[in-house]
Design a protein around this ligand. Sequence first.
Ligand code: 3BY
Ligand code: FES
Ligand code: FE
Length: 411
Amino acid sequence: MDARDTMLRLLRSHRDGFSLEQPFYTDPDFFRLDMEMIWYRDWLFVGHDCELAKPGQYFTVQVGAYPVVLVRDQGGRIRAFHNACRHRGSRVCSAQKGTSARLVCPYHQWTYDLDGSLLFARQMADGFDKTQYGLKPVACESVGGYIFICLADQPADFAPFRALMEPYFLPHRLADAKIAFESTIIEKGNWKLVWENNRECYHCVANHPELCKTFPEAPNVTGVAGADSDPEMVAHWAKCEAAGLEAKFRIDPAGQFRATRAPLLRDAVSYTMTGRRAVKRGLSDQVTADRIGALMLYHYPTTWNHVLIDHAVTFRVLPISATETAVTTKWLVHKDAVEGVDYDLAELTHVWTETNDQDRRIVEENAFGIQSPSYEPGPYSEMHEGGVIQFVDWYTRFMEPRLAEGSKPRL
Ligand code: 3BY
Ligand code: FES
Ligand code: FE
């Protein structure tokens, strides 16, 4: 039986409300199937518009086997290309980020315009047709300050996500913010373990002393049920809406993304040890209300986010192997906020730096135990882990038809 058939069988026999069977977290063939069915087909968050503030600014990202470069062209449009030269395939941009008027391949200096077209290829034969050798484009969309790419030839419709996300995010003007700090950590665990951990706060009280000063562990804040019937939440939404901010819990029918606002604990406004602002200058001049709590967004499989009055923290998940995942965190502040004047960088980044490290350890211990031959799927807490059940449901529902469609009938 090949991996596809094994995975299909295990998805079909998956017990609702239980964690997945071991190979989903450990097996390189299952990992390859995750990459093919999800990561190479769906929309992925890669970075922010404000990282490409000027024409010629670029950053690179590696999604499985695909190196990709994102660049702002002369006309101001953000574009994505396969970062592989059309001459003999060299990576064109090897730096993580930079600024360049043209994209020049380091191998034999084939030179591409920022729109991807090939401008120069020295000493090629007469009649060489440059128009046939532009960089291959990758589908790219920008929404609310977030850049998404899709590696598929025929990308899924991006419009439903844009429609849900824009009203929540536009007032925060993230496209016009700046990155005060970023960090990338490698967690030794499968990407789904990173998500399972993120989608619950059952682990928070024992593991996140800093975050728990301001972030509620209530399951209806992190999870996907019960917010509508919580009077505190409903009152918070009403207050935010009166201030012109979209606030209610909304989720995509397929469960791939949701947005909602939630109040922080004890009137806290930011993720600091005191609950007070980390940045004096507000993130957006358009948002004047103060106690707006946290705007939370997730979009499977790449991002979860928190937008506060004074800053935003955004997370990007990228799988490296069956047992390694890169998590990149960015702290966004108003573009005119000055480090040392408006904010202290150590204070701004403290809570989530600690929280990320705590989550890394949790994920690694989880991965460790799952590798035991004695592992068997265990039951999620319905009260606290509804968000995890929802993630696993999304995953199994997403994978099953795609695997079935490609699985060859047996002779
Ligand atoms: O970032 C999050 O959304 C999750 C929820 C609770 C704690 N946390 C890591
Ligand atoms: Fe890029 Fe030769 S491989 S110029
Ligand atoms: Fe956590």
